[in-house]
Ligand binder design. Structure first.
Ligand code: CAA
Length: 288
């Protein structure tokens, strides 16, 4: 364990937040998981336990290790209490710039002076979030991929003011979690989504223009290019609202019409068909 950073807080108990809490707790860190509603926190702990069961079934984890990992996680509904004694605080809230700015101001106010403030944002500027704190050199992007316990990558994003030492420590910390960190610079979409989202958008245009059906498009990419999921299935998995938000960041941030979100994506989001989480997107899903 990196001794400088033993105590972690994760803000947001959704898909990404619970995955991040899972991997830190599994690696022996003390994790405070923070959300505004206790029911979201209870649901997150339940999800983490179920995902750990998958690891137990495959002998990747013992029952004792699972119990120990779950014991490393405490839940909080008050941010100031959850971050008070932490060495690193990772924000994993909804992809909304105003919300993230507000959370970053609170993280800065209530976290110890030495703490690193990280964000799991998929595309929002690290430099902008850092500018709303009094410690811009200690602000960094730590972009995990879904499902967090399975995917190897952590995209580490350095803001304009991020200190070299903070980048090095965050890279080392991610490697300690068994991940493969890749450090990149802060530009809209960073690397992962600058490349992934235009591909997804193009797949949506391909459907919209009637070139082929959803399954055909996905099969071409799965069977022809070896992708584990086709781009439309992946868009449903990520969430169509998240895809639209990221494409808007690329479109506005890079000022190039090639990033304009497909009208079909916008219409589906307006209709509330957001993919897996609503039971309907490019495919239909039985709601859990
Ligand atoms: N926790 C623990 N283990 C999990 C898990 C979870 N949440 N989800 C899946 N797994 C495990 C399964 O138990 C299974 O293990 P084995 O193969 O050892 O049995 C393995 O992962 C594969 O899962 P499944 O058998 O259920 O299904 P699958 O073979 O279809 O794989 C998948 C599922 C791993 C999600 C695979 O389809 C995949 O890699 N898809 C692409 C995912 C991807 O691109 N993610 C990045 C999205 S972009 C993003 O996150 C960032 C952003 O900013 C938008």
């Amino acid at each position: 364990m990196i001794t400088k950073y033993q105590k972690v807080a994760v803000i947001g108990a959704g898909t990404m937040g619970n995955g991040i809490a899972h991997v830190f707790a599994q690696s022996g860190y003390s994790v405070n998981l923070i959300d505004i509603s206790q029911s979201s926190l209870d649901k997150a702990i339940n999800t983490i336990a179920k995902n750990m069961d998958r690891q137990v079934k495959k002998s990747l984890m013992t029952e004792d290790a699972k119990a120990e990992a779950l014991g490393n996680i405490k839940t909080f509904t008050v941010l100031s209490e959850g971050v008070a004694d932490r060495d690193i605080v990772i924000e994993a809230a909804t992809e909304n710039v105003d919300l993230k700015i507000k959370i970053f101001k609170d993280m800065d106010t209530f976290s110890p002076a030495h703490a690193i403030l990280a964000t799991n944002t998929s595309s929002i500027s690290i430099t902008l979030l850092a500018a709303h704190t009094q410690r811009s050199s200690q602000v960094i992007g730590m972009h995990f991929m879904n499902p967090v316990p399975v995917m190897k990558l952590v995209e580490i994003i350095t803001g304009y003011d991020t200190a070299k030492e903070v980048t090095n420590d965050t890279v080392a910390l991610s490697a300690y979690l068994g991940k493969i960190p890749v450090a990149v610079n802060d530009y809209p979409g960073f690397v992962a989504n600058r490349i992934l989202m235009p591909m997804i958008n193009e797949a949506i245009y391909t459907l919209y223009e009637g070139v082929a059906g959803a399954e055909e498009i996905d099969n071409v990419m799965k069977l022809g290019m070896g992708h584990p999921m086709g781009p439309l299935r992946l868009a449903d998995f990520i969430g169509l609202d998240v895809c639209l938000a990221i494409l808007n960041v690329l479109y506005e941030g890079l000022g190039n019409p090639k990033y304009a979100p497909c009208p079909l994506l916008k219409k589906m989001v307006s209709a509330g068909h957001l993919g897996d989480k609503t039971g309907r997107g490019f495919y239909n899903y039985a709601k859990v």
